[in-house]
Design a protein around this ligand. Structure first.
Ligand code: GDD
Ligand code: MG
Length: 323
């Protein structure tokens, strides 16, 4: 039984502007590497041998970094949508590049999760499902796909972004599709799996199941979430083999120059060639390559773009500077 994968990385990342002005959301650095690397390594670890990146916005930035995938232990291919085709259209377009396989794992390109993908695949096979959705519980489901399941975990309804959610169970953005389901998506059309494909499958009686897993889950689609994801990876709250092994609670490049009186804490990332001067404190933040933090600054839960200069004494709280 072979499993292939599609990674949806074609969105515009509007909620992350201006961070996504020149970089697509999945290529933003999280714990020292592009976010996509965490997902690609997760796919490789689950035994997936081939993954197609469904690209559109800033598409040409992926291949120079990921190449053929050799370095990551997985074969990587690239599909491109000249105009974004939506999640369903993107899946259809990317599937044309996949070799024959028994099931396809689809990942949203902005989800950091500790869920057991191997178990989700097993659950999909044992329930003989057409589609299996990874589901998790949140306090407020309004920003997500809201899902209801019956006692056998069969999905009864899927309602994308509703004002009054009917449950706290949401689509966590990782699906297993049988190849037949992808065949039923129309070619070269804008299709949303959340608004069209899933509701249609459910109403036509297809076997759509929910795999509920309440381990770590985060959509990195806002600046606050992105910086939290990075710190959680660095401190080990969520594990990823893409995060280099390090000692202590921060990730500090060995080409960075830190004054001995500087304090770096709470999962901060100090990228190569960064300079941090005397008395500055950096907490839960990402400092991009070549940035210079002058003396006596306080930077908390923030992202500083590469090569940005922060002048002495600046206080930066939950802010995103230099983009
Ligand atoms: N290739 C391609 N083409 N990818 C796309 C397109 C497209 O036209 N549109 C969006 N994507 C990718 C994005 O890059 C992202 O990785 C993923 O699809 C989901 O898009 P988002 O824009 O991040 O959607 P969302 O966060 O509002 O909602 C989705 O994720 C939630 C969980 O985080 C939905 O799937 C919800 O149902 C879900 O609850
Ligand atoms: Mg998202």
């Amino acid at each position: 039984m072979t499993t292939s994968a599609i990674l949806l990385v074609g969105g515009r990342g509007t909620r992350l502007l201006p961070l996504t002005q020149h970089t697509p959301k999945p290529m933003l650095e999280v714990a020292g590497v592009p976010f996509t690397e965490h997902q690609i390594r997760k796919a490789a670890e689950a035994g997936i041998s081939e993954i197609v990146l469904a690209t559109s916005y800033k598409a040409d930035l992926f291949e120079p970094y990921f190449g053929s995938g050799e370095k990551f232990g997985i074969k990587i291919k690239y599909a491109f949508e000249t105009t974004a085709l939506g999640t369903g259209g993107g899946i259809k377009n990317a599937a044309a590049s996949l070799g024959a396989c028994d099931q396809v794992v689809i990942f949203n390109g902005d989800v950091l999760s500790g869920h057991d993908l191997g178990k989700q695949i097993e659950f999909h096979k044992s329930s003989n499902a057409d589609v299996t959705l990874y589901l998790t519980q949140v306090i407020d489901a309004r920003a997500y796909g809201c899902v209801e399941v019956d006692n056998d975990k069969r999905v009864k309804s899927f309602l994308e972004k509703m004002d009054n959610p009917v449950s706290n169970l949401i689509n966590a953005g990782c699906y297993i599709f049988n190849p037949d389901v992808i065949s039923s998506i129309p070619v070269d059309q804008v299709v949303s799996v959340e608004r069209q494909t899933f509701p249609d499958l459910i109403s036509s009686g297809a076997k759509v199941f929910g795999y509920i897993d309440n381990s770590y889950w985060l959509d990195i689609g806002t600046p606050a979430a992105l910086v939290k994801a990075s710190a959680d990876l660095v401190t080990g709250k969520i594990k990823s083999t893409a995060t280099p092994n390090h000692l202590g609670e921060c990730l500090v490049s060995n080409t960075a120059q830190l004054d001995p009186t500087a304090l770096i804490e709470r999962g901060s990332v100090i990228s190569p060639e960064v300079v941090v001067e005397a008395g500055s404190k950096i907490s839960g933040s990402i400092i991009g390559s070549g940035a210079k933090i002058a003396s006596n600054c306080v930077i908390v839960d923030s992202i500083i773009a590469p090569n940005t200069q922060i002048t002495a004494g600046m206080l930066v709280f939950s802010n995103y500077l230099g983009f």
